[in-house]
Write a protein that binds this ligand. Structure first.
Ligand code: PHE
Length: 357
């Protein structure tokens, strides 16, 4: 039979000598683990005669309880010491100056989007939206693009793999499908603008694969090109915050408008940057036209009763022009330094009362 007093002395000594939690754990395993010395004694009690057990049992159990209590006490002590050391090492000097913090800002595209919406809201336009992922019908067919027509390729469309129904879905190439969705879901008269993301497989200084457009649509009785021209000229003057804007309409072609036009604004490029409202140059800023009767018919509107005009323009491009940003690709590079320079205050949302910018 092991000498209980000697074992107790040895374990007490080992507990006292353990100077970290891991060393103490090793002592615990050696004494109370499955193969531990005290565990062995406890097991041996099974083979003892009742008399012997009556005598040795309390001694062995007492040893176990004392060693166990000593282990727990030492563990609590060691943990407190380790915590103290960690707290000391992780000390923060609150008198140090804070590191410079980058401030968030409203992205110019969102600022311009808000400005555009504010201008059109003032003219009585509501905001409409549609999905970024479209089907061929809304993006092309309903807009009078004939099937297999090369105009579909003209848009450098991003197509998805055909689905179970054999249909190829796509990332919308323009906001014009929102015209279709709005005419299908609302009764005329209609007056909406539809801002949103559009996608084309294209990238250079003035093109990015994703950019933003705002679409306009007016459907009413007796609508003609004069309404279109007044609306767009008024909009350009409000947006660029000057009355000096001169515009020019050039004939163009879009499958979904007839007649179609592109609108240019007079500008000056002599100083390297574009200045609106002066000079002898012209800058194309948007596409527009009278809604094609086929589009009205596709959307269940009788072209003999209702007419309309539509327009679409690049939001990011308008921002580049108004705020002098030279490269469209920087807009989407997510560089905080760029955003700090070109960004806008979140507390100064554009509205017609306090001004646009
Ligand atoms: N959807 C055309 C484009 O992306 C713009 C446009 C909209 C033209 C509405 C006419 C009418 O180029």
């Amino acid at each position: 039979m092991t000498d209980l007093n000697a074992l107790e002395a040895e374990l007490t000594q080992a507990i006292a000598a353990a100077n970290d939690v891991a060393a103490l754990e090793a002592v615990r395993v050696a004494a109370l683990g499955k193969q531990g010395s005290i565990s062995g004694l406890l097991k041996s009690m099974g083979a003892m005669s009742p008399d012997e057990r009556r005598e040795k049992g309390p001694l062995i159990n007492g040893l176990r309880d004392r060693i166990s209590a000593a282990l727990n006490a030492k563990k609590a002590g060691l943990e407190a010491v380790e915590l103290e050391a960690r707290l000391l090492a992780g000390r923060v000097d609150l008198s140090l100056p804070a590191p410079p913090r980058r401030k968030g800002a409203v992205h110019p595209t969102m600022q311009v989007m808000d400005e555009l919406i504010a201008v059109f809201a003032e003219m009585g336009f509501a905001v409409a939206e549609g999905p970024d992922i479209e089907d061929d019908w809304h993006n092309f067919t309903a807009l009078n693009f004939p099937p297999k027509h090369p105009a579909r390729e003209m848009h450098d469309t991003f197509f998805f793999k055909p689905g179970a129904d054999g249909e190829r879905r796509l990332l919308r190439t323009h906001t014009s499908p929102v015209q279709v969705r709005t005419m299908q879901s609302q009764e005329p008269p209609i007056r909406i603008v539809a801002p949103g993301r559009v996608f084309r497989c294209d990238s250079d200084q003035t093109h990015t694969p994703m950019f933003h457009q705002i679409e306009g649509l007016v459907i009413d009785k007796g609508i003609h090109m004069g309404h279109l021209k007044w609306t767009l000229e008024t909009f350009v003057a409000r947006f660029f915050e000057t009355d000096a804007v001169t515009t020019r309409f050039r004939p163009h072609h879009f499958p979904f408008t007839e007649p179609s036009a592109e609108m240019d604004v007079r500008c000056d490029r002599s100083g390297g940057e574009v200045k609106i409202g002066q000079g002898d140059d012209w800058l194309e800023i948007l596409g527009c036209g009278m809604v094609h009767p086929n589009v009205l018919r596709q959307c269940g509107i009788d072209p003999d009763v209702w007419q309309g005009f539509a327009f679409g323009l690049g939001v990011d491009r308008m921002g580049m022009l108004k705020y002098g940003m030279p490269d469209l690709r920087d807009m989407f590079a997510s560089d905080v330094r760029w955003l700090e320079h070109y960004g806008f205050s979140a507390t100064q949302a554009p509205n017609p009362a306090s001004g646009l910018s």
